[in-house]
Design a protein around this ligand. Sequence first.
Ligand code: PLP
Length: 371
Amino acid sequence: MSVGSKKLSEVVKPFIAELKPYEPGKPIEEVERELGISGSVKLASNENAIGPSPKAVEALRQCVEGVHRYPDGGSFALKKALADKFEIRPQQVVLGAGSDEILELLAKCFLAEGDEVIFPWPSFAMYPIVTKGVGAIPVAVPLNADFEHDLAAMAASINEATRMIFLCNPNNPTGTGMGQHALDDFMQQVPEGIVVAIDEAYFEYARRSDFPDALAWVRKRPGTIVMRTFSKIYGLAGLRVGYGLTDVETAGYIERARHPFNVNLPAQVAALAALSDEAHVEASRKMNAEGIAYFEKELSEMGLRSWPTEANFLLIKVGVADCYDQLLKQGVIVRPMDGFGLPGFIRVTIGSPNENQIAMTALRKVLEAAR
Ligand SMILES: Cc1ncc(COP(=O)(O)O)c(C=O)c1O
C-alpha cells in the first residue's frame, strides 16, 4: 500500500510504529473457545467480582430509551456529585472514557517529542504507551526491593526535560502502597511546572491507615491530578468511566483537548448511581479483604510468597516458568508477569469466594506437577 510516492510505513510516526499495544487480560469467551472448555474464571483484569451496584443497573435500565440523544457533554450531574463528595469545585473535575483516556489527555495536553516522563516500573502498562505515543521519552524507575516506588530514585531522575511524573498508589501490578509521609516528602522535591499524576485506580480498596490524602496536594500544588475510576470497586469497567481531580487551570486544558461527548450516556448515569451506593462499595471492600486473607493463608500453606496488597489483586511468585499457561489450561485466567521482567510471577485478582477457591485449587495442581 502506498500513499503518493511513499509507503505508509514511511509516513507513520516512527514512535507510533514502534509501540507495543497494551495487552489486556484474556476474555473468558476466547479462552473457552480456544481450549474447548467451559466454567472458567477470569481473575486477570482487577474487576469487581460482586458486579455493578444494583442502583447502577437500575439507572442503566431507565436510561436505555434515551440513547438516541447525545449525552450531556459537560457531564453536569456526575461532575457535581464528585465535586460534592470530595469538597472541590465542579470545574476541578475531569471525566474520561476510563482513566485510560485521562492519561492520554494528559499526554496530549502537556507532552511534546523529547520530553521526559518519570514513572515507577513495573507499574501500569499504559504509562509508557501514552508517553511513547506522543514521542516523549519514558523514564522507568525500577521499584525497590520491596516492590514499592523508589521515590528517592524517582526524585533523582528529575531534570530539565522532565514534564510529567506518574505515581501509582496502590501500584499495579504489585499491590503495594505508599503512605502519607512518603508522598509528602516526594512531592516537596518536585519543581513547579511538572505535572504530577497520582493514579489511585484502587484507592477505595486501600486499607493502610496512613494512605495519603493526595487531594491535599491537588489543593496546594497546581499541575497535580488525582485519577480514579469507576472500573474497579464500582464494578463498571465495561462502561468506561474514570475521573481526575485537579486544579481549575489543568482541568481547563483537559476540557479543551477532550472529545465533546467522551463519556457516554449510560456511563454517566450508572456512575452517578454507583457513587451513592455506599453499601455496594462496603460489601466489595469486605469481600476483597476476606479474599486477600483466604489467598494469603492458602499461599503460605503452599510456601509461596506474595506481596502486601492495598488493592484487589495479589502479586505471587510461583517460580514455575509456565504457570500462567498451566492455570489457563485449567480454565483459570490470571495475568502473567513475564512482560514486566518477572518470569514465574503472576498477578491474581481477588474474585468471589468460589472463584478464589477454584484458582487456589488450580495453583496447587501446578505446584504438584512441578515437584
Ligand atoms: C493503575 C491503573 N490505572 C488506570 C487503570 C485504567 O482504568 P480504567 O481506564 O478502566 O478507568 C487501570 C486499569 O487496570 C489501572 O490498573
